[in-house]
Design a protein around this ligand. Structure first.
Ligand code: AMP
Length: 582
């Protein structure tokens, strides 16, 4: 069974597998090499994913979800028809479509996958991504970082050991990593970035600019008109992309608003220089991360062998110029910024799947690759006075094991709460709390006497597991991780059932629509036949044909959702009968 690599992007997702030793992008059912990460719920309850969902966004903005990746690992929920959907569940709908596309391509069931996340994703965001995979019915072999995947895709074709910088500016996230590609080993030396910077911010700047200019010229306000705003945003994104290859472009939106004297149109020329001016600070805000990644890796920019650009937003010429100014290197053009992440994930998936099955046929060219990734954000524990005490430094190579003995601060304390944090700030409250452990049943003793060994294991996915042991009694203590934003196993199981049920319902609905279309076509053909050949037909044949048409029409007149199973079966027979008479 083939294993797949999935780049679950903010804006677009991409799917790849290893075929004949080399990573190949799998085209989706619509024939595209990337799938828009957009999910929509139509008014009649159908779920759409990908281009079909993207196309109807302006008509149906409140029931369409894009950039859900920005909400991964948070309490964000989308309410549709009284049901609350978590980011994991929405992402699972995208993953499920990709899985189906992979199965269509492979002609068999596909379960094993490697899914990528931005290097800067924290523990909760990684867990949420893994959960999304599980809900979609995937067995997530590993979560790997997007820049690492890009280096994997690049590393295959370039055997020479070297230092590579991956500058990844996508739709919603930015990260930069320094990676050493050696002989069969890919080691991430450092990573830095900003979880909330990407192409969407560039779109937003241009959208605001267009709306302000429109309001200035017409004296009308459209800031509150969601539909108009969405049209401007779409036009802004299209203009942004055009400005990557042209010096100027015209944004034209007829009938954008209704004025007292009739419809009002938007028409604006935007030059690349103007766009660069509007977004200069966004590009400049990536400088610190580049310098930090180089510093953390302990190298100078001149030691870089190659700079790889990943993510659609690196197509912006000013971004490329900025990277050149910072590193002195012209970025490599040998990798495709939209596809290399999925390809690298496919390479890793094939390596893991072949290692597990012992079947080397699946192995990517170049043999087994050892992937040494790092944790992007430090782990800390809250200690007395609200201080964040660092336990695992960022950029530590994965997997990592750490343990420390803790004790009590107050006399006769029988339980201790340990607050696990992720972040770089000195005070606990300025970092992200990712879980709280309550160690119970500690023997009554003076402060400082009990010895509680707490160990942290971060696996190759960058996901944290915690165990604790009371050394005084030798007992392992029960640890409750209270992480309100993680889904419980029961919730995940519910979501899986829900997703499967909806998929079955959607399939049934689609089949019913197709069957009715076929029935309508047959009735039209049969009427045509009666008109053209009615005179020459045998009386009995004519009567039978007329009766059969009437029979099919009777079912066509019924509302499909009201039909019982038996009626549906009779409808199918009626269609078959009519078909046999033509
Ligand atoms: P990704 O998340 O890597 O798919 O990146 C998607 C982002 O890249 C979106 O914000 C797109 O608008 C942006 N993008 C795609 N193509 C271009 C282009 N030719 N020029 C500028 N931005 C682009």
């Amino acid at each position: 069974m083939p294993a797949i690599g999935i780049d679950l992007g903010t804006t677009n997702s991409c799917l790849a597998t290893v075929e004949g030793g080399a990573p190949e992008v799998i085209t989706n059912a619509e024939g595209e090499r990337t799938t828009p990460s957009v999910v929509a719920f139509t008014k009649d309850g159908e779920r759409l994913v990908g281009t079909v969902a993207l196309r109807q966004i302006a008509m149906n903005p409140t029931r369409t979800i894009s950039s859900v990746k920005r909400h991964m690992g948070t309490e964000w929920r989308k309410s549709i028809d009284g049901k609350q959907y978590s980011p994991q569940e929405i992402s699972a709908m995208i993953l499920r479509k990709l899985r189906r596309d992979a199965e269509r391509f492979a002609g068999q069931e596909v379960v094993d996958a490697v899914v990528t996340v931005p290097a800067y994703f924290n523990d909760m965001q990684r867990n949420a991504t893994k959960d999304a995979g599980t809900i979609a019915g995937l067995n997530v072999l590993r979560i790997i970082n997007e820049p690492t995947a890009a280096a994997l895709a690049y590393g295959l074709d370039h055997g020479d050991p070297q230092m590579v910088m991956v500058y990844d500016l996508g739709g919603g996230t930015f990260d930069v990593s320094v990676i050493e590609i050696g002989d069969g080993v890919i080691e991430v030396l450092s990573t830095a970035g900003d979880n909330h910077l990407g192409g969407d911010d560039f779109d937003e700047r241009l959208t605001e600019h267009l709306i302000e200019a429109f309001e200035r010229e017409t004296g009308m306000s459209i800031a509150q008109d969601e539909m108009a705003r969405e049209r401007v945003r779409e036009a802004a994104e299209a203009a942004k992309k055009e400005l990557s290859s042209m010096e100027s472009t015209i944004v034209s939106l007829p009938f954008l608003a209704q004025g007292p004297a009739g419809p009002v149109h938007l028409e604006q020329t935007i030059t690349r220089a103007e766009f660069d001016r509007l977004t200069r600070d966004l590009i400049e805000s990536t400088t610190d991360a580049v310098n930090q990644a180089l510093n953390d890796a302990g190298i100078a920019a001149s030691e870089l062998g190659e700079v790889l650009l990943v993510g659609g937003s690196t197509r912006i010429p000013a971004v490329q110029e900025h990277v050149y100014r910072l590193t002195g290197k012209r970025p490599s053009s040998s990798i495709n910024p939209d596809e290399c992440v999925a390809q690298g994930a496919a390479v890793q998936a094939a390596t893991l799947a072949s290692a597990r099955s012992g079947c080397t046929d699946l192995m990517p060219r170049g043999g087994e690759l050892l992937l040494l990734d790092v944790i992007p954000i430090s782990f800390a524990i809250e200690t007395v006075g609200g201080v964040a005490t660092r336990v695992i430094e960022r950029n530590t190579t994965l997997p990592v094991h750490y343990e420390q003995v803790f004790t009590t601060a107050a006399p006769f304390q029988t339980k201790v709460e340990i607050n696990v944090l992720q972040g770089e700030r000195p005070m606990a409250s300025d970092n992200r709390s990712i879980g709280k452990f309550t160690l119970k049943g500690i023997k009554r003793a003076p402060a400082g006497a009990p010895q509680i060994n707490v160990s942290f294991d971060i696996d190759a996915n960058g996901i944290l597991m915690v165990t604790a042991k009371d050394l005084g009694t030798g007992n392992e203590q029960s640890i409750t991780i209270t992480d309100s934003e993680r889904m419980t196993d029961a919730e995940i199981q519910d979501a899986i059932r829900d997703a499967e049920r909806y998929e079955a319902e959607d399939d049934a609905k689609r089949a019913s629509i197709e069957e009715r279309a076929r029935a309508e076509r047959l009735v039209a053909d049969a009427n045509e036949k009666l008109k053209e050949q009615g005179k020459e037909m045998e009386k009995d044949d004519k009567r039978r044909l007329k009766a059969s048409i009437g029979n099919v029409q009777r079912y066509l007149a019924k509302r499909p959702e009201k039909m019982k199973d038996a009626e549906r079966a009779n409808f199918t027979s009626a269609i078959q009968e009519l078909e046999s008479l033509l």
